[in-house]
Design a binder for this molecule. Sequence first.
Ligand code: HEM
Ligand SMILES: CC(C)=CCC/C(C)=C/CC/C(C)=C/COP(=O)(O)OP(=O)(O)O
Length: 326
Amino acid sequence: MQEMMVGADVSRKHQNFLQVIHSYYQLTKPRIIPLLLITTAAGMWMASDGRVDPFLLLVTLTGGTLAAASAQTLNCIYDRDIDYAMERTRRRPIPSGRVQSSHALLFAIVLGCLSFTLLALCANLLSALLAMSGIVFYMLIYTHLLKRHTAQNIVIGGAAGAIPALVGWAAVTGSLSWPAWLLFAIVFVWTPPHFWALALMIRDDYAKVGIPMLPVVAGEVATTRQIWIYTLIMVPMTLLLVYPLGASGVVYGIIAAILGSVFIKKAWALLQEPENKQLARSLFKFSILYMMLLCTGIVIDSLPKTHQLTAFVAEHIQTLISAIAF
Ligand code: HEM
Ligand SMILES: CC(C)=CCC/C(C)=C/CC/C(C)=C/COP(=O)(O)OP(=O)(O)O
């Protein structure tokens, strides 16, 4: 009997421990991190012409994960009041009382320090400093200064989410150049359509807590117009990586053009029916797939095998054209 009680006690303690781990994991908003890492990986592959050192890749993605997790945890602490008031965020660990803010702060500091140390020691100082600037920008500029005060919050604040692309390039080269800044700019202009499509769906939640997201302040028509404008800027921008920069090739160009056409089609459909939440949901979901596939396109295009294949195809097309011409 006593043995059974001891067994039950151990199993309860084990379960509690797992619940605590799960709560801390949730603090980091883990569902967003993989896409941030995909942009980092795209930067790394592009910078190294498809020959990424596996150790550097592992270190950079781990450092990036730790930095993003630290940033998200700090955001959860700062925003605990509005998170408590909004349906979507009410069950997060701090508003639901599962984690204390002071413990979360310690957790965020540890994550940030680990990220800096890992990146500075195993990648380079620039990538470490960029990751830290991501945390500071996201907290200070987006969360503290902009989020509750202006409808342009995510336009300017979006720069934080674009920094991981720079971290990837910097980890490989130790510097930043045009292709890195262009990838940063692509993620930057992608953010408004990504976020505003979601904000159209959950406008009432933001209105309830007085967060001046664009659909709350300016309405659906103005928001879909802005989404349309940013989409029309973003799609041609993605092609600049091919020409004039030459950082990616024809395979990426084709992928970017196809994905861009779908993005434009969905943004246009939403522009025609600004109140249609189904269309907003569809654009939001596609925005995530879009960024995932665009970055995968950059990676595939950079691989030596792809270069061989495109050279082979180009040579055969040339032979065919000469045969037809003569
Ligand atoms: C200031 C810029 C951004 C804002 C305000 C924003 C906001 C949001 C919000 C509120 C959600 C819903 C999350 C939830 O339901 O808990 C979301 C989802 C998501 N965001 Fe963003 N986002 C931004 C930038 C980014 C960036 C740069 C990326 C990655 C490159 C990203 C990737 C994602 C992903 C993957 C999801 C879906 C998560 C899921 O599966 O639930 N976001 N975003
Ligand atoms: C290099 C580095 C560490 C960069 C930081 C990148 C980073 C953490 C980007 C997060 C973007 C994002 C999902 C914002 C949502 O915040 P929100 O507060 O509007 O979302 P919420 O309403 O769901 O809380």
